[in-house]
Design a protein around this ligand. Structure first.
Ligand code: MG
Length: 470
């Protein structure tokens, strides 16, 4: 695996002279309005890690409602905690964990991390959060750019390097890089400059779905939280963007639907739902209007109807595997059976074995949102790597999410509480689905039960005309 802690001096000077982004192409003028969102380096060429960006951060002009903010912080720190607790036994099978159960947050193990350091799950989630904050919107292209920065340069990593990446994510990010090269060539733009693509029309023509049907790893779900946390005031948008955020690297319908369903649950937690409502076997039926016109596929619907509510846990078939259906079921099982203890839920998720950090990170996103930051185990929280950075990011997510809802959200289909009979007006539908169409270049999603494959004949034709890598 190749990762760069260092960029070549030539590339770095071109892209970030004195830590200031400069671009020379009229279509690539994007610059974040906050320095801490940028990819930055020390004078000795080492990348600036999240905890080294804290001093650049100010609080947003307004702080969100305390309870909301507590839930947002709880979700992000909860994810980082699950990730960190599971990291040292990642890949260990269930049998090993039966003999050597994890009982606490410790360092070392699989990756040799320090106590509290996180892995790819939280790094990618922070990349996603940085993108939402930098673009003040949901821009899949920019999300992929930041994931690429993580993969290649160690952006948002707890160690300054990408030391672990899932096969599907790597394949998608390499495909994205190849598409960027083709796109740059076709539009006569320097490939380095293309990371700062700002021209809206050009942005809309970039094929961002870098995966295909059959790719259903848990990598789509492990980084999800920033999307529902940012868009929670508008659940329909949050659910749809949750699905899309996963699909750009994991193209299977099951990945798309797992992200939509879990995004809906995180939204509901932000809306102060009771735990019994979140675990309600009829949650999906009661909130179908959040899911637009696209029903959940059978595998995810089964989970939504309570397949995870099994007292025997592993003995009843609950698995902490990399398959997204297993991962979603396992995380929900941990939440269902945690007896209102975050600590107990994380340990249960980790002790299922296999993809321990990711199962627990997924659990932590929802459980942290539900229990809130103040109820997370303090002995663990104080060890979370870059804790202050993540807390500051939480404040900005709350602030920017609210601002987005006041402007863009008003043209979408916002409803604050469940209204089963809710139907968007033709104008709202037009606005919302036009956005989707523009980003993903495929036919209206209103007439199919599953998201169209990026490999549909229509898309293949489109991709061929835009990219030479397929
Ligand atoms: Mg991981």
């Amino acid at each position: 695996m190749k990762q760069g802690q260092y960029l070549s001096q030539q590339v770095k000077q071109y892209l970030w002279p004195q830590n200031n982004v400069q671009t020379d192409h009229p279509s690539c003028q994007f610059k974040a309005d906050k320095q801490w969102l940028d990819l930055q380096y020390h004078t000795d060429d080492k990348i600036k890690k999240p905890d080294e960006l804290e001093h650049q951060m100010e609080s947003p002009p307004e702080l969100a409602d305390k309870k909301q903010l507590d839930r947002i912080k709880g979700s992000l720190i909860g994810m980082a905690l699950g990730d960190a607790v599971g990291a040292h036994v990642e890949f260990r099978p269930y049998e090993y964990l039966c003999q050597n159960p994890v009982k606490d947050l410790v360092g070392g193990g699989t990756w040799g991390l320090e106590k509290g350091q996180f892995t790819d799950d939280t790094s990618m989630a922070l990349c996603l959060a940085m993108s939402l904050l930098a673009r003040h919107d949901f821009v899949p292209y920019d999300q992929l750019v930041r994931y690429k920065w993580w993969y290649q340069y160690g952006y948002m990593s707890s160690t300054g390097k990408c030391f672990d990446i899932g096969a599907a994510t790597r394949e998608s990010l390499e495909k994205f890089s190849r598409r960027q090269e083709s796109f740059a060539k076709n539009h006569n733009i320097s490939v380095k400059t293309l990371d700062f693509l700002s021209d809206t029309e050009l942005l809309e023509t970039f094929p961002v779905n870098c995966s295909s049907q059959g790719v259903a790893g848990n990598g789509a779900l492990m980084r999800l939280a920033p999307v529902p946390l940012f868009f929670h005031e508008n659940p329909e948008t949050a659910v749809e963007f949750s699905g899309i955020s996963g699909r750009i690297t994991h193209g299977d319908t099951k990945a798309y639907d797992a992200c939509r369903y879990y995004g809906a649950l995180i939204c509901a937690a932000l809306k102060d739902y009771e735990k019994s409502d979140l675990l309600d076997k009829d949650f999906y039926t009661k909130h179908k209007h959040w899911f637009g016109n696209i029903p959940l596929c059978d595998e995810i619907k089964k989970i939504a109807e309570g397949s995870y509510q099994k007292g025997g846990g592993y003995q009843d078939g609950i698995r902490g595997k990399g398959y997204i259906v297993n991962a979603l079921e396992a995380a929900l099982w941990a939440f269902w059976s945690d007896e209102n203890s975050f600590e107990k839920g994380v340990l249960a998720a980790v002790n299922l074995g296999d993809d321990t950090d990711t199962t627990a990170a997924i659990y932590g996103q929802l459980a942290g949102a539900y229990y809130g930051y103040k109820k997370l185990p303090k002995e663990w929280v104080k060890h979370v790597y870059a804790k202050q950075f993540i807390l500051n990011v939480s404040e900005w997510i709350a602030y920017e999410g609210k601002k987005w809802n006041e402007t863009e959200g008003s043209t979408s289909s916002h409803q604050s509480q469940p209204e089963p009979t809710y139907v968007t007006t033709p104008n709202e539908q037009k606005s919302f689905f036009q956005r989707m169409f523009a980003f993903f270049n495929y036919a209206s999603p209103t007439k199919h039960s599953a998201p169209p494959s990026p490999c549909s004949p229509q898309q293949k034709k489109k991709h061929r005309s835009q990219s030479t890598d397929e």
